[in-house]
Write a protein that binds this ligand. Structure first.
Ligand SMILES: [Ca+2]
Ligand SMILES: [Ca+2]
Length: 613
């Protein structure tokens, strides 16, 4: 039982174990009664992001596919997630790995057929889960029929993209109309020899921006939504929504003055004319209306890396709703391995301060564009369980990027192995910090060839060489693992206090304390030690509990599920623990799923102690 004394735990059984979870009004934290308004399915769900190329390869070509995903849906169901979000699966030249779409209403043959998709959708629903697709509205591939026809000024397609003559330079050559850089470095204007004009691309050269000032494009994209909604999908994650519209006058961006000194980098300029324009918000509201044609429970999650107020605005208003929620990226963008417990509390409270009955919270700790949670560039390996606890134990929707549940780490990718266009554009000297390949390597299922991802020893990106030890199968078999902890967290999410909208964040020394309490239900308390030193947290400093039981703990904690504490909680450096005032189900070692209350065990122990006395 780790550092917690048996005797203390046992004797506590002779006293009232449960302490009523009295609402405590501290730091203005939410302790109001839970709103009884009917909830949408996603409000308390975990949504699991599958990166299709790297999840499971069914045919041995070294590339993940739809049949592979379908074969792993039982695994996702067993995890306890409520929905699966697929990164793009549409036909694509794969210049940006599916985010360059050449046909919005079909399946890329690399990933399978429409029939494979229908099977995937049906099985997801049969298992009681939802399926969310990726919508990439800002740009298509330059190999889309629309673009080919637009280049030829073919009828209505002529203005499907953002074309411009450019300016004549002093030496007579044509140059871009303004200073706008693309997200992938350098000017975002590409000269098209055939049409004798520039086209605008926020991202790669092969990703021309669609022209949302053209009603035909607006209608086209709405019909893309309807195509998939008619099939029965449960909604969309909207890619790079902030970039939909650009300034009609094409004015130069001002200098950002935010640390970037290379004028070819996007961050050199302040993107006030290319991001978060009022017209963009209006378009999201129009898409919401399209979703609502198919019922009131379709989801739209918007990807907006922006200021807090800009991000929040994508929710719309009760009168004019837009996104179901806008991704909360602040655990990613505002925090890192050097952040303190107070830093985390501030980011959490700032976000929750914007939430209300209409705007429901969500938490994102990683995705296909971010280094892995446990990597040094993020929070470091020792904190990754704690970060999962924060994300999964706060109120609202939580996102899991595939592999986070088993603590997958960044994979080192050589320059020669590099696939990500963002990394290639950065050049050999700077590619690694720009590369998204590191977090996109194949899922590590087991210790067999290519980590069980593929029967092919050669995969599109290399498998992380740590897969012999770090894999799903090993973690499912281990007594303690990232996976076991993750599943315990998802079980806790089913309980009333964690389902509620109540939370309270506080800090003791460098330990973040998150309390989830409602009257009449067992309380949950998350402790995450951000310090490099061990510390003992006195229970009376975090609340009036006569004892607390360990629901689950980080791998680096000396506390184990079922342990009980009365006076202090020992926290190793960077360790974390979820405590409850209630009983703790202890999974049987046979893996049969039978739950045994730790109280039965402790009662026997208590009797032994009494007899001994
Ligand atoms: Ca395949
Ligand atoms: Ca755009």
């Amino acid at each position: 039982m780790g550092a917690v004394a048996f005797g203390v735990a046992a004797l506590s059984l002779l006293l009232p174990v449960f302490t009523a979870a009295e609402p405590v009004d501290r730091n203005g934290a939410a302790q109001a009664a839970v709103a009884d308004t009917p909830r949408k399915w996603w409000e308390t769900a975990v949504i699991y992001q599958v990166y299709p190329r790297s999840f499971k390869d069914s045919d041995g070509d070294g590339i993940g596919d739809l049949k592979g995903i379908t074969s792993k849906l039982d695994y996702l169901k067993d995890l306890g997630v409520g929905a699966v979000w697929l990164s793009p699966i549409y036909p694509s030249p794969q210049a940006d790995f599916g985010y360059d779409i050449s046909n919005y209403i079909d399946i890329d043959p690399q990933y399978g057929t429409m029939s494979d998709f229908d099977n995937l959708l049906k099985k997801t629903h049969d298992l009681g889960m939802k399926l969310v697709l990726d919508l990439v509205p800002n740009h298509s591939s330059d190999e889309h029929e629309w673009f080919k026809k637009s280049v030829q000024r073919d009828g209505k397609y002529t203005d499907y993209y953002v074309w411009n003559d450019g300016k004549k330079s002093e030496n007579g050559t044509m140059v871009p109309p303004n200073n706008w850089n693309s997200n992938f470095r350098g000017t975002g204007w590409e000269w098209n020899e055939q049409r004798q004009q520039f086209y605008w691309h926020q991202f790669a050269v092969k990703q021309p921006d669609l022209n949302y000032r053209n009603q035909d494009i607006v209608d086209e994209m709405k019909n893309v939504l309807r195509f998939w909604l008619k099939k029965g999908v449960d909604g969309f994650r909207v890619d790079a929504v902030i970039t939909l519209f650009e300034d009609e006058q094409l004015r130069d961006q001002p200098y950002c003055d935010c640390g970037e000194t290379d004028p070819t980098q996007r961050d050199y300029e302040k993107p006030i004319y290319t991001e978060n324009l009022p017209e963009t918000y209006a378009m999201v509201k129009e898409w919401r209306k399209v979703l609502d044609e198919f019922g009131d429970d379709k989801i739209m999650m918007t990807e907006a890396y922006a200021t807090l107020d800009q991000t929040i605005a994508y929710y719309g208003t009760p009168d004019e709703p837009a996104a179901s929620f806008s991704f909360n990226f602040y655990l990613i963008t505002s925090l890192n391995v050097s952040s303190s417990a107070s830093d985390f509390k501030k980011v959490i409270d700032d976000w929750m301060g914007k939430m209300d009955d209409f705007r429901k919270p969500n938490w994102v700790i990683g995705n296909h564009d971010q280094f892995r949670v446990g990597s040094f560039f993020r929070y470091g390996e020792e904190l990754q369980d704690g970060i999962n606890m924060i994300s999964l134990m706060l109120p609202g929707t939580a996102m899991t990027y595939n592999g986070e549940e088993i603590g997958m780490d960044n994979t080192y990718i050589t320059w020669a192995q590099t696939k990500d266009p963002q990394a290639i554009n950065a050049g050999e000297k700077d590619y690694l910090m720009k590369s998204r390949d590191l977090e996109r390597t194949p899922f590590q299922w087991d210790s067999s060839t290519s980590a069980g991802f593929s029967t092919n020893p050669s995969t599109w990106l290399p498998v992380n060489p740590n897969y012999f030890q770090l894999n799903m199968e090993a973690q499912a078999a281990a007594d303690r693992s990232h996976l076991k902890m993750y599943k315990a967290l998802l079980k806790a999410r089913q309980l009333p206090a964690v389902q509620s909208s109540n939370y309270e964040a506080s800090v003791w020394e460098n330990v973040l304390v998150i309390k989830r309490e409602i009257g009449g239900a067992d309380s949950f308390i998350v402790l995450v030690n951000f310090d490099s030193s061990e510390t003992d947290v006195p229970i009376d400093k975090i609340g009036s509990y006569s004892s607390l039981n360990v629901w689950t703990s980080s791998l680096n904690s000396n506390l184990k599920t079922g342990d009980s504490a009365k006076s202090t909680i020992n926290m190793r450096p960077k360790s974390s623990v979820v405590l409850t005032t209630g009983a703790v189900p202890v999974p049987s070692t046979s893996g049969s799923g039978k739950l045994t209350s730790s109280y039965a065990f402790l009662t026997v122990l208590g009797i032994i102690v009494v007899l001994a006395l």
